[in-house]
Write a protein that binds this ligand. Structure first.
Ligand code: FES
Length: 100
C-alpha cells in the first residue's frame, strides 16, 4: 500500500466533492457535516457514477435507481448484496489522502 495525496486540508469544506483516479480505482472524496468520506465513484448496482448522487444524512443516493449506500460502511439499504467500497482517509501533514 502507498499513500496518495488528494487535497490540502484547507481546501476542504462541507459540500466539497472531487473525484480521483488512482491506479485503477475511481474514488469520490466528499465532505458532509465536517466529516470526510472516501468511496468508490461507481455504484455497485450497475456502475453509475456516484459523484452525481445526493446525500441524505450518512447515505449517498445513486441517481440511477435510487439505492442508498452508507458513506462509511458501504452497506445498501435496498439491496444488502450490493456493497459500496469505502476507504479510510489518511493524513500526511497538511494533506488528506488515501492508502491503496
Ligand atoms: S446503478 Fe446505482 S442504483 Fe442502480
Amino acid at each position: 500500500m502507498a499513500f496518495h495525496r488528494l487535497v490540502r486540508l484547507d481546501q476542504l469544506h462541507d459540500g466539497f466533492r472531487a473525484t480521483f483516479r488512482i491506479d485503477r480505482e475511481d474514488i469520490l472524496l466528499l465532505q458532509q457535516d465536517g466529516r470526510v468520506f472516501l468511496i468508490e465513484n461507481s455504484c455497485p448496482h450497475q456502475g453509475f457514477p456516484l459523484d452525481r448522487g445526493s446525500l441524505r444524512g450518512e447515505r449517498i443516493i445513486c441517481p440511477r435507481h435510487g439505492f442508498a449506500f452508507h458513506l462509511e460502511r458501504g452497506d445498501c439499504f435496498q439491496a444488502p448484496s450490493c456493497r459500496l467500497k469505502t476507504y479510510l482517509p489518511a493524513y500526511d501533514g497538511s494533506y488528506l489522502g488515501v492508502e491503496i
